[in-house]
Ligand binder design. Structure first.
Ligand code: DAH
Length: 341
């Protein structure tokens, strides 16, 4: 009899259930009035008197084990939701490594550009990606029939030629100047859109950073020094900067900014097309018409502005030769920027 009770206890301790039905079977078999444990109690009367006490203690032990196990099985079922895990854990295995993500090179480059300019007093401002003609073109002095307004460059919103996806972050200049009085020193990073075929050098969605400084007595010298400072911080202290006369509707005079090629250090390579120089930005003195369009007195205030492509800066910084890599999100590419903050 003692052996029978002991075996029953072992059966109870080893029992498993994977569903509510199986739990109910366990209850009927080991807990209910008609359970095998109940049968053991019925056996008590056949036990010789001298052993009754000991046997009684034993069956109480079995009964308790059944009740404890029942509670444990309920908890187990709740945790596994009735689904038994088939995985055998090997606790001696080293833990699997957590794959850490990394900052996207475009974000990292944007952050670095912002950081450099914030340290010299620029704040960050943002504007909408869906813009109206005034902020994207008209206030910026674009002539009525300027080719950039036409369908091949600009994504217009269907049926409303007044609304478009902004083609540059210069639109944020206008919004800032309309809402603030000088002195203004602001940096506007953001996404821009142009109806262009996607290739290694062009994309229909890309990023720009716009810079704007408006105050009394701001001159071209301020522009030159500011951009020289930026170039040295971004690409190294030996970097040189040169300005080429150019044209933008919203600046006069206008200049394109080149830096000495940071890959061949000016000696000539295929990135700089053996010229030793690479273009990084457009810039110029804010056209008085633009200041006036935004309600700023052009007799009193002058300003400089610049705009650069974040992809272009990132390509030069990390020596990436195909713009499409930034949007393909191939982890083998992205993983290379793990150490970039
Ligand atoms: N908005 C110009 C572009 O997208 C870039 C640019 C040129 C911005 C000169 C400026 C500037 O602020 O002064 O090509």
């Amino acid at each position: 009899m003692f052996d029978k009770a002991e075996k029953l206890k072992n059966d109870i301790l080893n029992a498993t259930v994977n569903s509510k039905d199986e739990l109910e079977l366990f209850r009927i078999k080991y807990i209910s009035k008609k359970s095998v444990v109940g049968e053991l109690f019925a056996e008590l009367k056949n036990i010789p008197n001298e052993n009754k006490r000991e046997f009684g203690a034993k069956i109480n032990e079995v009964k308790q084990a059944a009740q404890d196990k029942f509670k444990a099985l309920i908890v187990h079922l709740e945790n596994t939701n009735g689904v038994e895990s088939k995985v055998d854990f090997d606790l001696t295995l080293p833990p699997s490594r957590n794959e850490e993500g990394s900052i996207h090179p475009i974000t990292a480059t944007r952050n670095r550009i912002v950081e450099i300019f914030e340290r010299i007093g620029f704040n960050v401002s943002e504007g909408p990606e869906v813009e109206d003609d005034w902020h994207n073109f008209t206030a910026l002095n674009f002539p009525e029939n300027h080719p950039a307004r036409e369908m091949q460059d600009t994504f217009f919103i269907e049926k409303n030629p007044d609304i478009a996806l902004r083609t540059h972050t210069s639109s944020v200049q206008v919004r800032v100047m309309e809402n603030k009085k000088p002195p203004i020193r602001t940096l506007s990073p953001g996404r821009v859109f142009r109806n262009e075929a996607i290739s290694a050098r062009a994309h229909c969605i890309f990023h720009q950073v716009e810079g704007l400084y408006v105050d009394e007595n701001v001159s071209f010298v301020d522009l030159k020094q500011t951009l020289l400072h930026f170039a040295k911080e971004m690409f190294g202290k030996d970097t040189k900067v040169r300005y080429r006369p150019s044209y933008f509707p919203f600046t006069e005079p206008s200049a394109e900014i080149d830096i000495s090629c940071n890959i061949c250090k000016g000696k000539g390579c295929n990135i700089c097309k053996y010229s030793g120089w690479v273009e990084i930005a457009g810039s110029g003195m804010v056209d008085p018409n633009v200041l006036e369009n935004c309600g700023i007195d052009s007799e009193k205030y002058t300003g400089f502005a610049f705009g650069m492509g974040i992809e272009r800066i990132a390509m030069l910084k990390y020596q990436i030769n195909d713009l499409r890599l930034f949007t393909e999100n191939d982890v083998r590419f992205l993983k290379q920027f793990k150490t970039v903050q």
